[in-house]
Write a new protein. Structure first.
Length: 499
């Protein structure tokens, strides 16, 4: 059986803890790989390698860093299919979706290639007589990233390219459910010329996570995952004096007004709710239909959802793959089976779905729940699967109030032809990312990604300007130099004495 080991100090390092986790092919249910789970001693080794590398990488020139990143970007581009194939094999998402993930990660690598402009400081001259003040940004040291299973390439690339471009060194702890993509990213970075120890990949479970959160040589931690874990990461790392950005869960809403193009809204709802099998924090999981359009909108969503082809991620005809594990599949299914008892109309029931020839895969069909109550579990919880809830509201104001009452504030969208309503919405809605006739408003790389409320713990969003600021700290330098004309007698620098 294949074993995924750590990448420490520029080379593969076999696990020594004796603990391994299973990696499953979601389409077949078969365990295909085992991944080494780090001990605290291995956490120490990874951090030590990063700390040693920081001694030189932290003082390297911007030109040297960006040269590596440009080569890295070219290698990633050339190996897109290989990275996507690893994602499909271990996560289960269809190949085209995996390719899209790689492309979004590449955006941040490209942003990091331009770090020379992002790290420019400021200068004020003559703030007082012969006094200048400048502001500069400097790296932090060793930083860590803890990333989720749903985007095993994209989310790590949201973190480490910017961190290392800013002069830090990095320890990545990817999900143990689909670890192989992270190792390939590190291997390609080494091939691009990244010095040993600048990027390290440490596989593990809670032991590795806690080891990083408590390690005195880790200056900052980035995290993407569920809200309970994000809260734990933020509390623990902050208590240890670390800088933290912890992105949590979501319950993203889409408000559909009566004047909206219902075909466009239905298309958007299907793609945003069921794409990547709903395993993404920016999935639309709740549609709020305003006024009398609800029945027609639900009918159009149902018509489209029934046509989605579900199958193995490496099959060209597949539009949606399996879920990551059987346990997660069963948990998602439980929300559908319990929805009717809590007052919802089950328009589509995806539980019990199987694929011929792949009966042991982690399959679930698309589910659509209508007339969902805000008190129901299917509405309150982040399901993280292909389940779409539809709620009804009589007015725009009622719909916005319903959405703002959610404890989450990650992403949201409005579908309307009314510019005035859209303008009100983008100002009144309590969420960090807003789409206007755009169902999944994930910002491009040079803007920052992040939510509000229980969707974010910490002050900085991820990537963009916020990412640069998170991975650096500011320093202000006040300088006063004597004028050469005031030099002591006997030293003549050629300046006239009458100045």
């Amino acid at each position: 059986m294949k074993t995924v080991n750590h990448w420490i100090g520029g080379k593969t390092v076999e696990g020594t803890s004796g603990n391994y986790g299973p990696v499953t092919d979601p389409a077949t249910g078969a365990v295909t790989t085992q991944v080494a789970l780090a001990s605290l001693e291995e956490v120490d080794a990874a951090v030590a390698a990063a700390k040693d590398a920081y001694a030189t990488w932290g003082t390297s020139s911007l030109a040297a860093r960006t040269a590596v990143l440009f080569r890295y970007r070219a290698l990633l581009d050339a190996r897109r299919d290989d990275i996507a194939a690893l994602i499909t094999a271990e996560h289960g998402k269809v190949h085209s979706d995996a390719l899209g993930e790689v492309a979004r990660g590449l955006e941040i690598v490209e942003l990091a290639c331009g770090i020379t402009t992002q790290l420019k400081g400021e200068l004020s001259t003559q703030v007082s007589s012969r006094v200048d003040v400048s502001s500069i940004r400097q790296s932090l040291g060793v930083v860590a990233g803890i990333t989720p299973f749903n985007f095993p390439a994209m989310v790590p690339m949201w973190m480490f390219p910017l961190a290392i471009a800013c002069g830090n060194t990095f320890v990545l702890k990817p999900s143990e459910k689909d670890p192989s993509a992270a190792n390939l990213l590190a291997e390609l970075a080494a091939e691009a010329g990244l010095p040993d120890g600048v990027l390290n990949v440490l596989h593990g479970d809670k032991v590795a996570v806690d080891g990083l959160l408590n390690h005195p040589d880790v200056a900052a931690v980035s995290f993407v995952g569920s809200t309970p874990i994000a809260r734990y990461i933020h509390t623990t790392a902050s208590a240890n004096g670390k800088r933290v950005q912890a992105l949590g869960g979501a319950k993203n809403h889409m408000l559909v007004l009566p004047d909206a193009d219902l075909d466009a809204a239905a298309d958007a709802a299907v793609s945003a709710a069921y794409g990547s099998a709903g395993e993404r924090c920016m999935a639309i999981s709740a549609v709020v239909a305003v006024g009398a359009i609800g029945d027609e909108l639900v009918a159009r969503i149902k018509e489209r959802a029934e046509k989605i082809k579900i199958g193995p991620g490496n099959a060209p005809a597949s539009e949606m793959g399996p879920l990551i594990t059987a346990a997660h599949r069963d948990k998602v299914a439980s929300y559908v089976t319990g929805a009717a008892a809590q007052g919802a109309d089950v328009v589509l029931d995806g539980t019990g779905y199987t694929v011929d020839g792949f009966e042991d895969g982690h399959w679930i069909g698309l589910s659509l729940l209508d007339h969902v109550s805000t008190d129901s579990d299917a509405y309150k919880d982040e399901i993280f699967g292909p389940v779409l809830c539809v709620l009804r509201a009589e007015t725009y104001e009622e719909g916005v109030a319903l959405m703002n009452a959610s404890p989450f504030g990650n992403g949201t969208a409005i579908f309307t032809r009314d510019g005035g309503a859209a303008r009100r919405f983008q100002l009144e809605i309590e969420a960090g990312m807003v789409g206007v006739n755009v169902p999944i408003p994930v910002p491009v790389g040079y803007h920052s990604f992040g939510g509000w409320k229980d969707s974010l713990f910490g002050d900085h969003h991820i990537y963009g300007n916020d990412g640069v600021h998170f991975y650096t700290r500011g320093k202000v330098v006040t300088t006063r130099w004597p004028d050469p004309a005031d030099a002591p007698a006997g030293v003549d620098l050629g300046f006239p004495r009458n100045h």
